[in-house]
Design a protein around this ligand. Structure first.
Ligand SMILES: Cc1cc2nc3c(=O)[nH]c(=O)nc-3n(C[C@H](O)[C@H](O)[C@H](O)COP(=O)(O)O)c2cc1C
Length: 177
């Protein structure tokens, strides 16, 4: 498949088959994330891969919050927790001057590399931005100088989401004119 084909085939998957994801496939997703660009090449993100009992605890103890309870996560065989270091000098200084969260940009790019590699391998994913951050931190022992940018579910899809509208191309054309 072409790169654009992979991009277009990727959808947020919220129903998963029960089987595990082979370790080498998870490692390929991590490898794709390792090669993502980052501001000042700080590479300030890390993925924590939770499966089995730890995944179950994340799903049961760290989700369920209104208005996005994300209860479907319980079926996903893998959760990748995406952590970013907060106290990097270049990010803090540059971020204050420019008003930009470089750490979150870096994490977002790395996460999307992970997600698109998963799509190429025939795996489904869904970004999670609504979870009990304090509980995830405690459960995984993530230190205070690291933020938890997002979590990403991973597994074999058990649904085919319908089409959704995308931004029109004329947004880009207007910019060019
Ligand atoms: C940063 C971020 C956070 C998200 N958080 C959630 C979430 O907590 N729960 C959920 O079901 N989907 C979540 N999503 C998935 C979006 O709802 C989804 O990407 C969007 O509706 C477009 O659908 P698509 O991914 O199938 O193209 C999140 C996506 C992003 C990028």
């Amino acid at each position: 498949m072409t790169f654009l084909g992979i991009v277009k085939s990727r959808r947020s998957i919220r129903r998963y088959k029960p089987g595990p994801v082979p370790r080498e496939l998870v490692e390929k997703c991590l490898e794709a994330a390792r090669y993502s660009p980052s501001a000042c090449n700080t590479q300030c993100f890390r993925f924590i891969i939770a499966e089995k009992a730890m995944k179950d605890r994340l799903a049961s103890e760290c989700l369920g919050e209104i208005p996005v309870p994300n209860r479907w996560v319980a079926q996903a065989p893998v959760i990748a927790v995406l952590a970013v270091r907060k106290n990097i000098v270049t990010h803090a200084v540059g971020g204050n001057i420019k008003g930009t969260r470089y750490d979150l940009l870096d994490a977002g790019i790395a996460g999307e590399h992970f997600v698109l590699q998963a799509a190429e391998l025939g795996l489904g994913t869904c970004w999670l931005g609504w979870f009990r951050k304090g509980r995830v931190r405690k459960l995984l022992g993530i230190p205070g100088n690291w933020d938890i940018a997002a979590m990403i579910t991973l597994g074999y899809a058990d649904e085919e989401p319908g089409e959704i509208a995308r931004n029109p191309m004329d947004v880009i054309r207007e910019y060019r004119e």
